[in-house]
Design a protein around this ligand. Structure first.
Ligand code: GLC
Length: 578
């Protein structure tokens, strides 16, 4: 990414206030007066989790909000447009009606580079449809302990899989030219080692935002590797992690942010902090700002006290605690990305292309997501040819809370930050509905949450799994199936009918007695809105091809899994077919 000359030229005409404004990102949730965008000459606005348009959740209201903020930016002296960020991490997942793709844990099981690129392309297009031009994705973490609540945001425990698929996601989101009106800037996250924290070192003595204790060689081999691939793929921004490396907050670590990422890897874009991550760098906020900016942070996701941030950073520059050269480097990086995106073209129009509305949540986009679901499914067990099911059975009984719940099959980061069980969005298909659509006219499909009523059916499908969660709220030290799910499988088994268990989860779970009670077991991960892809595999319209991207443990005592330490239930790379 060049654009250095025009960036330096514009920089030379900017006041300190305009420079510091460009380094400031505020969250819609905390912007009391939209004219603050002009007042503080903000460089960026975001919608963090649960920060929805005040006028309700529709693609039109999201679009109106983004364009409203851009309108304010257009009234500043230099008319520098906002780079507007959102967590479009598995589709434009905040917006009702958007296509929601499988989370990365499922995409990792596909091992399909082209499919991951295509899924990111659709995500970019549905993000641009609402006037947003930046996605805080892909997460290129390499989770080493599946008790971490963000495991599902990772493609795999294996850095090579993460590197390949993470780079594909960057290329899909950004396209070959950041100026492409159907693409968005990407943000590889969370640099570096977020997936390697030690249990007990994180929030509430669990894992999230904890400490990764590793020597430099291990950090590079496991966690740095995917960033080299993302930088080589031209990623425009990178988000440093909340976590620490050997006790030092990465978001304040000059060696990692400047010497390694910008120096050694040659990253030319800009660093965007995580949400209030700068606050954690030092107990005194002004000192935290000084440490993080001097370490190499370029833009700060404040996201609330942006006036205070601007005041303090300005003071730090005037006091000589943050050199102007560091400010100029940060702003030049931000301007280079905005120039590459075409935001500073004379005729730039921040309004979303209205033609994209018809393709938002379209059948064509859903077909891409359906294929991703098909390829993400991993067949773990299939005795006596239980699968594929017959579409001409007399009766198929379906059970389990997760069988008829779009919110559960989509998981966290869907409509709500934490996700939510229930009918939370439109246009999707639950697994139960998909099974009903798949069978022939003469086949009855019955349903019960608890598995009752299975007697007399030709086959039973029990969908078990995790309720939605995100980040630290997903940290869990016991990954056993819950009692209601185990009971549903036992009830179904008692009917003497072959039981297929479908697991909806953000990570491998401990199957316990279900392992023996089920005749067939399929890992469906968090498939998103297109439950049709699950039915396609259950009925053999698509033969399972997914391969585990995470080792599946036999017991909690095996975690965190180390190579060869003990025999897992299903090894990395495992997956059967028909
Ligand atoms: C969150 C997450 C990060 C996300 C950001 C904005 O805390 O750590 O992945 O992009 O804040 O929502």
């Amino acid at each position: 990414m060049s654009f250095d000359a025009p960036a330096r030229d514009l920089l030379s005409r900017m006041t300190l206030a305009e420079k510091v404004g460009q380094m400031t990102q505020a969250d819609h949730e905390f912007i009391k007066d939209p004219s603050d965008v002009e007042r503080f000459m903000l460089g960026s606005v975001l919608n963090g989790g649960d920060s929805d348009p005040s006028s309700g959740n529709s693609m039109q209201s999201w679009r109106a909000m983004a364009e409203m903020y851009q309108g304010h930016a257009a009234r500043t002296r230099l008319r520098i447009p906002l780079i507007y960020g959102i967590d479009a991490v598995h589709g434009n997942n905040n917006v009702i009606g958007a296509v929601v793709f499988p989370h990365n844990v499922g995409l990792g099981a596909t091992r399909d580079v082209e499919l991951v690129r295509r899924a990111a392309e659709v995500t970019a297009e549905e993000t641009r449809a609402i006037g947003v031009n930046w996605a805080f994705a892909p997460c290129v973490c390499v989770p080493q302990d599946i008790r971490w609540g963000r495991t599902y945001e990772g493609f795999s425990e294996d850095p090579a899989v993460v590197s390949e698929l993470g780079a594909a996601a960057v290329r899909g989101l950004q396209g070959s030219n950041l100026r492409d009106p159907l693409r968005v800037a990407a943000s590889a996250k969370h640099f570096v080692g977020d997936g390697g924290t030690a249990v007990g070192s994180g929030i509430d003595k669990q894992l999230d935002q904890g400490d990764t204790r590793a020597d430099s060689a291990t950090l590079r081999r496991l966690f740095l590797f995917p960033y080299r691939a993302a930088v080589d793929a031209g990623v425009a921004t990178i988000m440093p992690s909340y976590s620490s490396w050997n006790g030092v907050k990465v978001s304040g670590d000059r060696h990692l942010l400047t010497e390694v990422l910008k120096g050694e890897l040659g990253f030319q874009g800009f660093l965007i902090s995580d949400y209030r991550a700068v606050d954690q760098v030092h107990p005194d906020y002004k000192s935290a700002i000084a440490i993080s900016i001097n370490a190499g942070m370029d833009m700060v996701m404040v996201p609330d006290r942006y006036a205070e941030f601007i005041t303090k950073l300005t003071e730090l520059v005037n006091e000589g605690r943050v050199p102007m050269s560091r400010i100029d480097d940060a702003v030049a990086r931000i301007l280079r990305v905005k120039l590459a995106m075409g935001l500073l073209d004379p005729n730039y129009d921040f309004h979303a292309d209205r033609a994209l509305e018809a393709r938002f949540g379209s059948r064509e986009h859903r077909a891409v997501a359906r294929q991703a679901v098909r390829e993400s499914m991993v067949l773990l067990k299939n005795e006596r040819g239980t699968l594929p099911l017959s579409k001409s059975s007399r009766r198929i009984h379906v059970a389990g809370r997760a069988a008829n719940d779009i919110g559960m099959q989509a998981g966290g980061w869907t409509i709500f930050w934490q996700g939510k069980a229930g009918d939370i969005t439109t246009g999707g298909t639950t697994i139960l509905s998909a099974i009903k659509q798949a069978v022939g006219q003469g086949t009855q499909v019955s349903y019960s949450v608890d598995g009752s009523g299975a007697a007399g059916a030709d086959a039973v499908v029990v969908v078990v799994g995790e309720a939605p969660y995100a980040e630290m709220r997903g940290d869990k030290l016991d990954l056993s199936l819950d009692a209601a799910d185990r009971a549903a499988v036992s009830n179904a088994r008692a009917a003497g009918v072959p039981v297929t268990v479908v697991v909806i989860s953000g990570r491998p779970l401990l199957l316990g007695p279900v392992l023996d009670e089920a005749s067939a077991i399929v890992a469906a991960w968090l498939p998103g809105t297109e439950g049709t892809g699950v039915a396609d595999v259950l009925f053999g319209d698509y033969k399972p091809s997914g391969k585990l991207s995470y080792t599946w443990p036999r017991s909690m005592g095996q975690l965190p899994l180390r190579d060869g330490a003990s025999e897992p239930l299903f090894p990395f790379g495992f997956g059967l077919t028909y």
